[in-house]
Design a protein. Structure first.
Length: 118
């Protein structure tokens, strides 16, 4: 069993930056794919970024060039660096994990709120 906990959300002005963290506990997850998703009120959950066990990075079209995902397996932590934030990035951000051989994410955190507003 893996538990995921996000942190780092908050209120930021347009054009600003935030770094989210996702810490895993319960077992090491260095072989897992870890993804970030977001959900704004009244919308469906959408993919933001993911990172494979080997460090391969994948991004949703709306965040390419602005967000960067990284992992530190020694700390069981995945980060999401968010730059040039826009109001449309406002959402609850959730991290999720899955074994590399699976296609569906099996473990989810509770989420952290990101609000981009002046």
């Amino acid at each position: 069993q893996v538990q995921l906990a996000e942190s780092g959300g908050g209120l930021v002005q347009p054009g600003g930056s935030l770094r989210l963290s996702c810490v895993a506990s319960g077992r090491t997850f260095d072989s897992y794919v870890v993804g970030w998703f977001r959900q704004a009120p009244g919308t469906e959950r959408s993919f933001v970024a993911a990172i494979s066990w080997s460090g391969g990075e994948y991004y949703g079209d709306s965040v390419k060039g602005r967000f960067t995902i990284a992992r530190d397996n020694a700390k069981n932590t995945v980060y999401l660096q968010m730059n040039s934030l826009k109001s449309e990035d406002t959402a609850v951000y959730l991290c999720a994990g899955r074994p590399a051989e699976r296609t569906g994410y099996e473990y989810w955190g509770q989420g952290t709120q990101v609000t981009v507003s002046s």
